[in-house]
Design a protein around this ligand. Sequence first.
Ligand code: PHE
Length: 348
Amino acid sequence: MSLKEVLEELKQEAITKISESDSLAQLNEIRIQILGKKGSMTEVLRGMKDLTPEMRPVVGSLANEIRDVLSEHLEGKKAELELKAMNKALAEETIDVTLPGKTIKTGNSHILTQTMQEIEDIFLGLGYKIVEGYEVEQDEYNFERMNLPKDHPARDMQDSFYITEELLLRTHTSPVQARTMEKHDFSQGPLRMISPGKVFRRDNDDATHSHQFHQIEGLVIDEHITMGDLKGTLEVLLKKMFGEERNIRLRPSYFPFTEPSVEVDISCFKCGGKGCNVCKHTGWIEILGAGVVHPRVLEMSGIDSTKYSGFAFGLGPDRVAMLRYGVNDIRYFYQNDVRFLNQFNVKG
Ligand code: PHE
């Protein structure tokens, strides 16, 4: 067989192989077998040195021609196989948009935060402003300005964490009353504020006491404010929190900074007043302390008690949340156990 014939045969064989190949990897193998350094074409062309000088250019140009043809076939097949591979991938990797998605876990506010925000919303709706106080407070504001001088026996009701003799962790949110009153400008209108926050007492921790808990202080001062305004305001609040059917009851009590002072009860939301384990069979649940601001408290903060009067109250959101959600131990709120906290995704 002449070299020409060998080349022709090689060409036909290669074209068949190329057209039969069905993967890019296989096609690459074929390319190396034919055109590579040790490929069959290369091998054949090595035989050129044995040809006569006249034949050399003839066979040479034929070889070039064949190499071009084969290169073209290889390119064509490569494009075809690539397209096929892409179509296959597109078909296999289609996304089924009807499959249910993976739910993304989001956190939620602590139940006490949610409770306080709900109460804040009610008071914002009534035109109150929200004031922040200090958790580390001066004895002056926490006690003295609340009509609790150093030797006052009622200081024993609020056993305290002192930092220095004059500085302590506030035992209630009432010092915010004094801080707000001394700054208030009555030419701008009456004072209506609430102040939510943490308070601290050296109580023995048990199911209903924690050394840290929350209060929401409320204070309204204007001309002609009476106990009637206090009662009406608390009725709105407690009905919104515990249901429209609730009644409220004021019982005489004692706080040095209010006169008269009251303890406020709501009719039991579980039994409706008949008596059950939630209301300890009394039909009523004690919910907050309140009263008419003591004239001395007004005067100590620079307010004329002959012209102005006011009411104040102190509400415990921990207790509100315990009652509403049937939580029987206040310490659950502070242990940060997600199994407990996740049950209160109230706002969703
Ligand atoms: N500060 C009182 C307490 O912590 C609650 C209170 C606030 C009572 C305002 C009357 C008026 O017990």
